[in-house]
Design a protein around this ligand. Structure first.
Ligand code: SDX
Length: 432
């Protein structure tokens, strides 16, 4: 990040103040307002932080206008095609692609940490079979801190951090798989040491004492692509939440739990589940997409076209492009005909030709087609968002690490503009 020669000038109350301009490695420019309040006694106001950077980050670059997304400089198109989820996770967290020894050690450590403490199995006895998996995931991840010591935030060590990275990434699979088995009333299937990350997860999800799930390469490949594409996305709602919670030196388990909860919202990671529910409703009504496009344009309704629109992408989300093709390929290879995919394609075509969506640069986002793949694999709809959480975990961890290591890291504490009542005296209840 360079300090530009140019400065920004702010004129308030007739006085002119110069503020430094910073330039990122891709030419993004920011006005550094760190001293604005002390200089002018003004703060900024930016509803939803659409114009505000909360940090300088070297992890992910995205250009919403051009539909560009890179992890540590590598285009996601290349990573999705040539990398693995574990390798991409290593890249995001540690900044460079691992060599073969580093990758082998990283992958082997997932095996070592894949089990949950046996006492943690008892937690599942307390949940009803109808518990939403995101509720279970959030509480179980936070509870890991009760069984596995965290990082001493006053004396953090690389060894502790490295240990917790693999524990979190490895155990979330086990937690999600156990939650799925709990919902089915089936016995838990334990992780195996002879299976890699995604096949191990699929086996825990779908095998049982009476049935050995057959792991198809096509399914592993489709899930690998989905996990890589969901692995990070710079300062989205849940990642900024992880950074903000971590800025108080809350431990990594607590910070990740906060990210899981933020992701759950239907405007964020919960959208993938909402998309399928929306498509199924359209299917039940004979595929009438026009009705839903009209509803989405009707300001008097809270209805939104789920899986459409994005705060940053004002062009086609590059991830949606890859996921759409992956969905077509997987259904073809598995010989599945899913009418929801046809409805989704029809809906996209109609919306992209509609002035309302064109004027607002509303395109399919990462959530629009991902549920089609999860459904084809046999993932229940209420587990779509925990799949997003498993995939986003390396991104959350990478940002927590970057925030902790950034020089002069401060606790996040935004200001506000107060618009409440002015000073008034207490009125005893006898006089109200
Ligand atoms: C993710 O931030 C990230 O990077 C997130 C994510 C990641 O990887 O972490 O990419 C993952 O969360 C993807 C988004 C998933 N959510 C959805 O698909 C839910 C549906 N989408 C919308 O709710 C909305 O598009 C958001 C939440 C995604 C973005 O909202 P913004 O940036 O606040 O946009 P906005 O609400 O200001 O919308 C601008 C206009 C408004 O109309 P006007 O007031 O100008 O008339 O566009 C309209 C909105 O009403 N609009 C939509 C719409 N999305 C925006 N209208 C109908 N359907 C939609 N989906």
């Amino acid at each position: 990040m360079d300090q530009s020669q140019a400065n920004a000038k702010v004129v308030v109350d007739g006085n002119t103040f110069e503020l430094p301009v910073i330039i990122g490695t891709e030419g993004e420019r920011g006005i550094d307002i760190s001293k604005l309040r002390s200089l002018t006694n003004y703060v900024t106001f930016d509803h939803g932080f659409g114009n505000t950077s909360n940090c300088a980050s070297a992890i992910t670059f995205l250009d919403g206008e051009s539909g560009v997304l890179r992890y540590r400089g590598y285009p996601i198109e290349q990573l999705a095609e040539q990398s693995s989820f574990i390798e991409t996770a290593y890249l995001l967290i540690y900044g460079e692609l691992p060599n073969s020894d580093q990758l082998r050690h990283f992958s082997e450590s997932f095996t070592e940490h894949s089990m949950l403490h046996e006492d943690m199995k008892n937690f599942f006895d307390g949940y009803p079979s109808t518990a939403h998996p995101m509720a279970i995931l959030a509480s179980m991840v936070c509870s890991l801190s009760a069984y596995y010591p965290g990082i001493d935030m006053l004396n953090p060590t690389k060894e502790d951090f490295d240990r917790i990275v693999v524990m979190l990434m490895s155990k979330v699979r086990t937690i999600v798989a156990f939650a799925h088995k709990k919902s089915l009333g089936q016995p838990f299937v334990y992780p195996r040491h002879d299976l890699e990350y995604i096949p191990n997860f699929l086996n825990m999800l779908f095998s049982s004492p009476t049935h050995q799930y057959k792991i198809y390469d096509e399914v592993v490949q489709a899930l690998k692509v989905l996990f890589i594409l969901h692995a990070d996305h710079e300062q989205n709602c849940s990642t900024s939440t992880v950074r903000l919670v971590g800025s108080s030196w809350a431990n990594l388990y607590a910070s990740i739990t906060a990210g899981i909860c933020a992701l759950w919202g239907p405007l964020h990671g919960g959208a993938n589940e909402e998309v399928i529910m929306m498509l199924e409703q359209m299917y039940r009504e004979g595929g009438d997409v026009d009705k839903y496009i009209s509803m989405a344009k009707d300001k008097s309704s809270r209805f939104r076209l789920m899986g459409f629109g994005h705060r940053v992408y004002k062009s086609y989300d590059p991830r949606a492009k890859i996921i759409k093709k992956s969905a077509h390929d997987l259904l073809k290879k598995l010989g599945i005909h899913d009418p929801l995919l046809e409805i989704a394609v029809k809906l996209e075509e109609k919306a992209l030709a509609d002035p309302y969506f064109i004027e607002r640069n509303l395109y399919p986002n990462v959530d629009f087609y991902s549920g089609i793949i999860y459904k084809a694999i046999g993932i229940p709809m209420n587990m779509f968002t925990v799949m997003f959480a498993i995939a986003r975990l390396p991104g959350w961890i990478a940002h927590w690490k970057e925030m902790m290591e950034s020089p002069g890291a401060k606790i996040g504490r935004p200001r506000q503009i107060y618009v409440g009542m002015n000073k008034r005296d207490y009125v005893p209840i006898t006089k109200r």
